[in-house]
Design a protein around this ligand. Structure first.
Ligand code: ADP
Ligand code: MG
Length: 600
């Protein structure tokens, strides 16, 4: 007897569900995609117990006839794809014909649907993929899919479900993403009977951005718009001063589909040139429209990854549009302002060229006398040098001795500052460079940690409390952090839905902007997960506080201030490293310097 068998359909659907339906949020995503493909303008998502017990999506789209409704629950049944060639020119969100049968195979699913022209609707009831009932029913025009007891028949999957707030966080992310990409559609999210989100159709996508990502997100955004050889770009980007420590504030839509794409992300960052600090990301909501046959969406079961056929063209278009937008925003205010707002790419490019009228100095023209082997700054076109002397090789700092690891300390005498960023010190026979930011970070980190244990962080009440609007998921995290942040001197109150008010800050942060710090903490925890290890999350918060409060690079210090930094650093438990592990200082022994000068 043959050992190979064709799998029964219910089993193969369950296997497909393994790919398509990872958690309640994936059900919500697939069903909303179906509603959008059906031309709905209003989509209501009802959820109970984080989607474990109920997910119901109701739309006012095209609806289905009885025959189509019965077909829709069959595997590989789709109205969106008829031929080979269609697969490479997909203009709908769905196309695999897998979602409904997959979801039905791992839940108790009820589908109620009616086409506008039909007198009555159809109700189909399935359990674990088995068809139980088909009825004629009265129903409004459109479709309602109810998914109860997800994974009731796949306990292994059920075990992987996280807490209700975590699952709700994922669901809310899905809906926020969809709503950002489809601003003209009314979205409503209800959890356990209470309305969590209600975003009515927005005429202007910018309004939707504010609705979803909060007012704080939208201030400091500039629009971009370009149309070039079939590729159209539009959206909003943040000014370089508004950044995040992760790419979570970057939302990219390709033909209406939310995607993660490294190339696009890289192009966005590239466009900022040197304006972003290392490790910082801009905020962005970017809509890319390309001809359907130039994007392959059939790369990943959940359709979040895509491939462009003209990668380079799209990359260049993004870099050009965003950098032109940046240049436009950075225009000095005294130039007669033309239209502010979306401009055409060519207009922007003309401005971009006018903005930096660099003339490259001709060889020898105004350049400092050569011979030192050092390049003139700013670097111009390479000037031919007379016989180059031996290349200047800076002395390699010696490996850091254990000297400054506790308990011994050395006495450092500040001499001055290098680049307003490093404190130059002498200490016995050594020349020492201290990274002022890293050193101060270490000092603040230890102080904050010690004082928070004893609950005596000196605080400053803000004269005008600062309000902070966050997205749903961020708000959940911040709410949880409130008591601990209070211990750290950051007093925050919940102030209406997803809004907070910051009332006091620790003294070490006085005069510093507090909102970016709080947002960075929340984003960090969003990336690493809060429940996994609370202590670790809080330690990360302390590190961020120390980083935000510390003396910056490029800050000039008096000798007294330098001496204070040195004294405080000497008092630290781990003075040789900043809280992130970077060295706070490097040294060159006199002997090494003398050897380089060929004195010995
Ligand atoms: P796909 O979306 O990949 O085609 P699905 O299994 O998600 O596959 O859906 C199968 C078919 O059912 C769709 O092609 C569509 O014709 C129909 N359908 C599903 N949901 C809806 C809806 N909300 N409104 C109208 N038709 C729908
Ligand atoms: Mg679908």
């Amino acid at each position: 007897m043959s050992r190979i068998r064709i799998l029964p359909e219910i089993l193969s659907n369950k296997i497909a569900a393994g790919e398509v339906v990872e958690r309640p949020a994936s059900v919500v995503k697939e069903l909303i995609e179906n509603s959008l493909d059906a031309g709905s303008t209003r989509i209501v998502v009802e959820v109970e117990k984080g989607g474990r017990s109920l997910i119901r999506i109701s739309d006012n789209g095209s609806g289905m006839s009885r025959d189509d409704a019965l077909l829709s629950i069959e595997r590989y049944a789709t109205s969106k794809l008829y031929s080979d060639s269609d697969l490479f020119a997909i203009d709908t969100l769905g196309f695999r014909g897998e979602a409904l049968p997959s979801i039905a195979s791992v839940s108790k699913l009820t589908l109620v649907t009616r086409e506008e022209t039909a007198e009555s609707g159809t109700e189909i009831v399935l359990e674990g993929g088995k068809l139980l009932k088909v009825l004629e029913t009265g129903s409004p025009c459109g479709t309602q899919v109810t998914v109860k007891h997800l994974f009731f028949n796949t306990p292994a999957r059920q075990k992987f479900l996280k807490t209700i707030p975590t699952e709700m966080g994922h669901i809310s992310d899905v809906i926020s993403n969809m709503a950002l990409g489809w601003p003209k559609i009314h979205f409503k999210l209800i959890h356990n009977g209470s309305v969590l989100q209600n975003w009515s159709a927005a005429a202007d996508p910018a309004g939707r951005i504010t609705d979803i990502l909060g007012k704080d997100f939208s201030t400091g955004l500039f629009p971009i718009k370009s149309e070039n050889d079939g590729v159209s770009l539009s959206g909003w980007m943040s000014l370089p001063r508004i950044t995040r420590a992760s790419s979570q504030g970057i939302f990219v839509f390709v033909n209406g589909r939310v995607v993660r794409n490294r190339m696009v992300q890289h192009a966005l960052i590239q466009a900022y040139g040197g304006r972003l600090m290392k490790g910082q990301f801009p905020l962005a909501v970017l809509f890319i429209k390309v001809p359907c046959d130039e994007v392959d969406v059939n790369v990943h079961p959940s359709k979040q990854e895509i491939r462009f056929s003209r990668q380079q063209h799209i990359y260049d278009a993004i870099v050009a549009a965003v950098s032109a937008g940046l240049v436009h925003e950075e225009k000095p205010s005294w130039t007669p302002a033309k239209v502010h707002g979306p401009t055409t790419l060519s207009e922007n490019l003309v401005r971009a060229e006018n903005k930096y009228p660099y003339t490259v100095p001709a060889s020898g023209n105004g350049a400092p006398a050569m011979g030192s082997g050092l390049k003139p700054a700013p670097a111009s076109t390479p000037t031919p040098l007379p016989d180059p002397p031996a290349p200047f090789r800076p002395p390699r700092p010696t490996n850091q001795p254990q000297l400054w690891e506790k308990p011994q300390t050395v006495h450092l005498n500040p001499i001055g500052q290098f680049f307003n960023s490093y404190i130059i010190c002498e200490s016995g026979e050594n020349l020492i460079l201290l990274d002022q930011h890293a050193a101060h970070e270490r000092i603040l980190y230890e102080k904050l940690a010690d004082n928070s244990m004893e609950r005596r962080i000196p605080v400053q009440r803000l004269l005008i409390p600062e309000t902070l609007d966050l997205g749903y998921r961020q708000a959940l995290i911040l709410e949880k952090l409130i008591p601990d942040l209070c211990r750290y001197g950051i007093e925050i109150d919940l102030f209406g839905k997803d809004s907070f008010v910051i009332k006091s800050v620790p003294m070490v942060l006085s005069g510093r902007e507090i909102k970016p710090l709080v947002i960075e903490m929340v984003d960090h925890i969003m990336e690493t997960g809060l429940t996994a290890n609370m202590e670790k999350s809080l330690d990360a918060c302390l590190k961020l506080m120390a980083c935000h409060g510390a003396i910056r690079a490029n800050q000039s210090l008096t000798l007294e201030e330098m001496a204070t930094v040195i004294k405080d650093l000497e008092a630290c438990r781990i003075p040789a490293h900043c809280p992130h592990g970077r060295p706070t200082w490097i040294q060159w022994p006199k002997q090494e310097i003398e050897r380089l000068f060929k004195r010995t």
